[in-house]
Design a protein around this ligand. Structure first.
Ligand code: NBG
Length: 821
């Protein structure tokens, strides 16, 4: 008997089969004989979605009837990936669905692969938002996500002759069976225009926008573990306020007729339009305001319909800003409170601050958002006015605090007067929030010491940190069936909803038979990857080799360059003594570089050039393979992570805010080689020093070295293997077709080496050889890997969400307002 449906398994299979057949016939409009795998996928997804709807409506009714406090998660990115397996698994109908499809003669794996990834995000920040949505539903919180329904998500990466090229990703090409369009839920979003006094008093103003765009809602149900709660992810799509210009059309001016339509729909066209041009920048700002305004109008309307007055908004709603992209929410909420609800600034700010909280995800200066005052004045004149008022109030409060030196005013101001006048969005978010959190212990500390040093002195209780987490449903149960089955057999299924129970595996670390089975599961995953690489890249890999993996966005601070240089040094070493007993390794890389990030793209090319040479060299065959897997996305991660033996988390210390890939690998029984950075530190604390390989400079050492001045040339001299590797890259050994291709890369390492590759190289290379030796000790390796899995419960996003609920949102899992902290 199945718990959620009350049906026997056989009944469930029969019902699903009928449902799928009926969807295929009446919704897709095909008969089984002529249906493509894609048709079957749509029919299956629609049948599964039906099963969510009852739970969904029930969850929504509960939220209303119990007046549960809602958590609104505002994020410009949700890196969702596929939803079929997630939904089947959380609804408990995975086995039944497989059986139903098999009875229908449909191959489940092919069907699964027909689902496109919803790639509405760039990397960790967007994936975190997706994990958090799933966890909010799983722990029973009334979470509600708001974002943009981009027609084109993150670009598709192609590797042509070793270079990255980008093409649009059209995940909506065949429709999206998971979403419900809500044509009746629309809001007008204004841009431009003027601000006019409302009356003679000169205190009340009205914004008269010059143009409007319409935001239309699309809802995707997000089902939590065991289907108890289904929350909503509401994504906004942009439509023109007026239909096409009929007159123009009739006069044959077809382009003019649709000009407004194009301008409006561009807002939800692509994720992260290139913002290196003024036009791109304006579009990005429009996207930010578009989704903030639609979301706030929606949530204020919902609140008023239930509570009648705006005064108790913080009792029914809490808004989490995922980075500064939604920071305009502060100005927009204050505007709504002042212009529409007649509050005075001070009260409006208090209410705003009681409602909003902000998560910071990076300290990299180039990623700290700021907008030119001029642009804001033109696009959002009323908001700019309000930002000035918030700033005046804020700075007046600063002046009252005698312990704050007067020369701090400039750095505390919301407006940066230094390089053209710009609004600091991090400051705006900070001033408008009750709590501001970092995403790991180190990151929280560095926030206090660096970007928010002065604001922290002013509001010492505001900054906190909550270490990121990952959902163990997607990142173990669903992506690693061999290991998940083994764990369930050993300790039951409780860990799926309560990841701390993974600790029950600890006694089994001593059990040789269990370790053996644990490594067999790893082996199965490696074989799955080997088969896929064999098919797609025509490269034969040996599953007995150590699979050493670095997959993440391409960025200099993440130091893929350090990894590939060490690979070259290792390659040289093998070539100079080919008969030695080398531990065979497969070096796996994958990741996208921003389209305009030339240096990162050059590093991709270097990896591919090295791969070509190494993989065609008979001397190192069986000892070293290098591959760059194209088009990294959530689905590829789900294939590669379970197959990894070694996880590369090697950022320059102090630069990776947290990392979440690090957690996924460790959960799946890979050992980490990493720096003391971001959540690697907490990983180290949880799994124990003996079960992780740490190397390199610490954050404070990086800081001190940068301050005192460094000599990268001396570092290179002191590390002959690095010197040799660099010399070969520089002289064109890997790029005979263009010998000077990598000269800028090598010269930069000798001159500035901002990311400290040369400082950490020797320590990294030495640790890699220790890892080789450790890998040969199969029993100990298995014990260490298993301990990693067993100790990862704390890194569940359920834990992170509970911490947000308790420390920031003041809400208990049953939706009640907790005692204010
Ligand atoms: C990223 C950090 C990661 C972190 C994720 C999620 C941005 C701006 N930041 O270290 O680089 O894990 O956010 O918090 O994408």
């Amino acid at each position: 008997m199945n718990e959620t449906s009350g049906q026997t398994d056989q009944q469930q299979i029969a019902t699903l089969k009928e449902a799928i057949k009926s969807k295929l016939l009446y919704v897709v409009g095909k008969d089984p004989e002529h249906a493509s795998v894609h048709d079957w996928y749509i029919a299956t997804a629609l049948s599964v979605r039906d099963r969510m709807v009852d739970h969904w409506l029930e969850s929504t009714r509960r939220t209303y009837s119990r007046s549960e406090k809602r958590v609104y998660y505002l994020s410009l990115e949700f890196l969702i990936g596929r939803l079929l397996i997630d939904s089947l698994s959380n609804l408990g109908v995975m086995t039944a669905c497989r059986a139903a499809l098999s009875e229908l003669g449909v191959d489940f794996d092919a069907l699964h692969n027909a689902e496109p990834d919803a790639a509405l995000g760039n990397g960790g920040l967007g994936r975190l938002a997706a994990c958090f949505m799933e966890s909010m539903a799983s722990v029973g919180l009334a979470g509600f996500g708001y974002g943009i329904r981009y027609e084109n998500g993150l670009f598709r990466q192609m590797i042509r002759d070793g270079w990255q090229s980008e093409t649009p990703e059209d995940w909506l090409a065949f429709g999206n069976p998971w979403e419900f369009e809500r044509p009746e839920v629309t809001f007008n979003i204004g841009f431009g225009g003027r601000v006019e006094p409302k009356d003679a008093s000169g205190t009340a103003f009205e914004w008269r926008p010059a143009e409007f765009v319409v935001a239309v809602a699309y809802d995707t149900p997000v089902v939590g573990w065991e289907g108890h709660r289904v929350n909503t992810l509401r994504l906004w799509s942009a439509r023109p306020a007026t239909p096409m210009q009929f007159d123009d059309f009739n006069r044959g001016q077809y382009l003019d007729a649709f000009a407004e339509q194009v301008r409006a729909t561009n807002i939800s066209r692509v994720l992260y339009p290139d913002d290196s041009t003024p036009a791109g920048q304006e579009l990005r700002l429009k996207q930010e305001y578009f989704f903030v305004s639609a979301s706030l109008q929606d949530l204020v309307r919902r609140h008023l319909s239930l509570h009648g007055t705006i005064a108790n908004l913080p009792k029914s709603a809490t808004i989490q800003l995922n980075d500064t992209h939604p920071a305009l929410a502060v100005a927009e909420l204050v505007r709504i409170l002042i212009d529409e609800h007649k509050l005075v600034l001070r009260t409006a700010m208090e209410l705003t601050r009681a409602t909003i909280a902000y998560t910071n995800h990076t300290l990299l200066p180039e990623a700290l958002e700021s907008w030119p005052v001029q642009l804001l004045e033109r696009l959002l004149p009323r908001h700019m006015q309000i930002i000035y008022q918030i700033n005046a109030l804020h700075l007046a409060q600063v002046s009252e605090r005698k312990e704050i030196a007067a020369d701090r005013l400039a750095s505390l101001s919301l407006i940066n007067e230094n390089s053209g006048r710009r609004v600091r969005m991090g400051h705006l978010a900070f001033v408008g929030s009750r709590r501001v959190n970092g995403v790991s212990g180190l990151h929280g500390k560095l926030m206090r010491e660096t970007v928010f040093r002065d604001l922290n002195q002013l509001y010492p209780d505001r900054i906190t940190h909550i270490t990121n987490g990952i959902t163990v449903r997607r990142w173990l149960l669903e992506c690693n069936p061999p290991l998940a089955d083994l764990i369930c057999e050993a300790i039951g299924t409780g860990w799926i909803g309560d990841a701390d129970q993974l600790e029950k595996l600890l006694p089994l670390v001593q059990d040789a038979g269990f370790r053996e089975r644990f490594m067999q599961a790893k082996r199965q995953n490696k074989e799955r990857l080997v088969a896929s690489v064999g098919r797609q890249m025509r490269l034969q890999l040996d599953p007995d080799s150590m699979f050493d993996v670095q997959i993440k966005r391409m960025h200099e601070y993440k130091r893929q360059l350090l990894n590939i240089l060490e690979t070259i040094a290792h390659y040289n070493a093998i070539r100079s003594a080919p008969m030695r007993d080398w531990v065979p390794r497969v070096k796996v890389f994958a990741g996208k570089a921003a389209a305009s990030y030339h240096r990162a793209k050059l590093i991709i090319k270097l990896i591919n050039d090295v791969a070509r040479m190494v993989n065609s060299d008979p001397v190192v065959r069986d000892k070293l393979r290098v591959l760059f897997l194209p088009n990294y996305n959530v689905s590829l991660a789900e294939l590669v992570i379970p197959a990894a033996d070694l996880s590369e988390q090697i950022s320059t210390a102090g630069m990776e805010a947290s990392g979440t890939g690090n957690m996924k690998f460790a959960l799946n029984g890979a050992l980490t080689i990493g720096t003391f950075d971001g959540a690697n530190i907490e990983l180290h604390d949880h799994v124990g020093a003996e079960n992780i390989v740490i190397f390199g400079l610490r954050a404070e050492e990086v800081e001190a070295k940068r301050r005192e001045g460094r000599d990268p040339k001396a570092n290179i001299k002191a590390a002959p293997a690095l010197e040799e590797a660099l010399a070969s890259v520089r002289s064109g050994v890997f790029s005979p077709d263009d010998p000077t291709r990598f000269v800028p890369l090598v010269d930069d390492l000798g001159n500035s080496d901002y990311f400290m590759v040369t400082d950490d190289f020797a320590a990294y290379a030495a640790k890699q050889r220790e890892v080789d030796a450790a890998f040969l000790q199969k029993q100990e390796w298995a014990a260490r890997a298993l301990t990693n899995t067993a100790k990862m419960g704390w890194f569940s996003s359920d834990r992170a969400i509970r911490e947000y609920a308790a420390e920031i949102w003041n809400v208990t899992p049953d939706g009640q307002e907790a005692e204010a902290t």
